[in-house]
Write a protein of this length. Structure first.
Length: 179
């Protein structure tokens, strides 16, 4: 393990906690926040392993009571509540973004990997929301997916621009690999 990589993973966990607080509350249970932007960046810049670890650390911090989730919430009740599937989906999203970029390291794969990761997060989160709230599919889609599509498209665009601007892609063949 490299100290630099562990430090970056910790920084992305912290960034995700901060971005979770930048939120727009909605009438339903799921707020709009900037956390997915941090998740996309973690997967793209740190790779599947360390991007996933960084988001796992964020989730574990919230699980043990550190108020890192949206609205300064924390604890197992949040993970077991209606939005818990999205929080767990964040881990999968970061890993998927990193894996897809590693498998196909081309420019166009950057936003595509984020879109695939987001779709999986939507599936996991919406399925858990439906279970936790006993809501049918169509109302769940209107509460958990449709209001978020425009903002999430902007987050994918922003993450793509940031990663390309930084120019240090974890998946690039010339990037140093930590093992």
């Amino acid at each position: 393990m490299k100290t630099r990589t562990m430090t970056l993973a910790a920084l992305f966990a912290a960034l995700t906690a901060v971005f979770s607080q930048i939120a727009i509350p909605l009438p339903g249970l799921v707020p709009i926040n900037l956390a997915p932007l941090s998740v996309f960046l973690a997967g793209a810049l740190l790779g599947a392993q360390w991007g996933g670890i960084s988001i796992l650390v964020f989730v574990l911090l919230g699980l043990v009571g550190v108020p890192v989730f949206s609205g300064f919430r924390a604890g197992p009740g949040v993970l077991l509540g209606p939005t818990g599937g999205y929080l767990l989906g964040f881990i999968v999203t970061a890993v998927l973004v990193g894996l897809l970029l590693r498998l196909r390291p081309v420019k166009w794969m950057l936003p595509v990997s984020m879109l695939v990761g987001l779709a999986v997060c939507y599936v996991l989160g919406t399925a858990w929301y439906m279970y936790a709230t006993q809501t049918a599919l169509l109302p769940a889609l209107f509460a958990c997916v449709l209001p978020f599509l425009p903002g999430d498209a902007l987050k994918i665009l922003a993450a793509t621009l940031v990663v390309r601007r930084i120019g240090i892609l974890r998946y690039a063949p010339t990037a140093p690999q930590d093992t």
